[in-house]
Write a protein that binds this ligand. Structure first.
Ligand SMILES: Nc1ncnc2c1ncn2[C@@H]1O[C@H](COP(=O)(O)OP(=O)(O)O)[C@@H](O)[C@H]1O
Ligand SMILES: [Mg+2]
Length: 365
């Protein structure tokens, strides 16, 4: 078990920056998820922890020891990859035992560890099979088992579930969380899938273009995104964002008008964000109501997502009750919950920290 500390870690390939000033502390026993779109630097960050990529500048330490220049085999980490990376000609047992054999562990110790990991992962009956005789989910379990037997200080996962079908992904998500509780180990987990990030992480690091955008527990990221990128990336459908003018706490766009005298947003232009589920059917003329026309709707069974066009040309998605009538082109009036608005600078995209209902950081905790 170990704490991992990144201090202004940078990675450049030639002149191109892949990771820029990554600073973060992964606490002992924490499950930290790195999430962001393809190419944002997640794998590079993880590979620098593993020692598979050299760190261009900055410092990295594991369990109080600086490892910036320590070779991979001396870092006491284990990594699980998307493509499993199993040896095709070795049985499940041998795949799991191989790393320990290389390290010269006694045979009895290897056997005990492999059998214990197999038991934990439900692989006991499959130990004599070859990888090609396993399903995708079972192969991924073997890859995880190979990491567990090492008893590493830190587990690293790079998109380990991306090759699995949707149902198996949900199962393995729960399985990996269960392992984390059982092993109480430090884990860093990379994914481009924001649902995986939300459901698995103790905390999430949202990245974009090589830079950290926000580090926080999942619900805080969801409720109080630090900027418009995070607001758009976390949550499906994404947060609605409408540009409005504000003067003395009165907000206006071509399609909405409302007053929040206490909000503290300076006069000028502001981007107002609200989630599809913070909208509800309302009567025209009531507070925080606006009217739009239905472009399309997606009935999901338990809910319907309706896309509306507003008079000023903006578009809004609302999560509505499944039986709510939303034929194409129908006029629909909705109101949002003012306590669940986010405000962003239209210039920089950064969130204003003072929002309705949130006067200080303490209100978030
Ligand atoms: N070996 C390499 N040489 C040059 N550029 C690379 C190399 N590996 C990654 N990159 C670049 O670094 C950036 C981050 O890549 P990566 O960490 O793999 O992203 P992610 O895992 O988030 O999809 C990308 O722009 C990618 O093209
Ligand atoms: Mg990657």
């Amino acid at each position: 078990m170990a704490r991992v500390v990144f201090e202004e870690v940078c990675k450049r390939y030639g002149g191109v920056s892949a990771v820029e000033n990554f600073s973060a502390v992964v606490e002992d026993g924490e499950f930290l998820v790195l999430v962001g779109p393809s190419g944002c630097g997640k794998s590079t960050t993880l590979r620098m922890v593993a020692g598979l990529e050299e760190i261009t500048s900055g410092r990295l330490s594991i369990d109080g020891r600086e490892v910036t220049d320590v070779p991979p085999k001396d870092r006491d980490i284990a990594m699980v990859f998307q493509n499993y990376a199993l040896y095709p000609h070795m049985t499940v047992y041998k795949n799991m035992a191989f790393g320990l054999k290389l390290r010269g562990l006694p045979r009895a110790e290897i056997d005990a560890r492999v059998r214990e990991a197999a038991e934990t992962l439900g692989l006991t009956g499959l130990l004599e099979r070859l990888p090609k005789q396993l399903s995708g989910g079972q192969r991924q379990r073997v890859a995880v088992g190979r990491a567990i037997v090492r008893k590493p200080k830190v587990f690293l996962f790079d998109e380990p579930l991306s090759n699995l079908d949707a149902k198996m992904r949900v199962e393995m998500r729960a399985e990996i969380r269960r392992l984390h509780r059982l092993l109480k180990a430090t884990m860093i987990y990379v994914t481009h899938d924001q649902v995986e990030a939300m459901t698995m992480g103790d905390r999430i690091v949202v990245m974009n273009r090589g830079r950290i955008q926000q580090i926080a527990p999942p619900l805080e990221v969801y409720r109080r995104p630090s900027n418009v990128f995070v607001a758009g990336f976390i949550g499906t459908p994404p947060m609605n964002m409408v540009r409005m003018s504000v003067k003395g706490g009165v907000f206006e766009s071509g399609a909405m008008r409302f007053a929040l005298p206490e909000c503290g947003i300076p006069d000028g232009e502001v981007t107002v964000g609200f989630r599809p589920e913070s909208l509800a059917p309302a009567n025209p003329g009531t507070a925080f109501a606006f009217t739009g026309r239905v472009d399309s709707s997606e009935p999901m069974g338990a809910e319907t997502f309706a896309s509306l066009s507003l008079a000023d040309g903006s578009a809004v998605v609302a999560r509505l009750p499944p039986d709510f009538p939303c034929r194409s082109d129908a006029a629909v009036t909705l109101a949002f919950d003012p306590s669940r608005l986010s405000f962003f600078s239209s210039e920089t995209g950064a969130a204003y920290t003072f929002c309705v209902g949130v006067k200080s950081k303490q209100d978030l905790l």
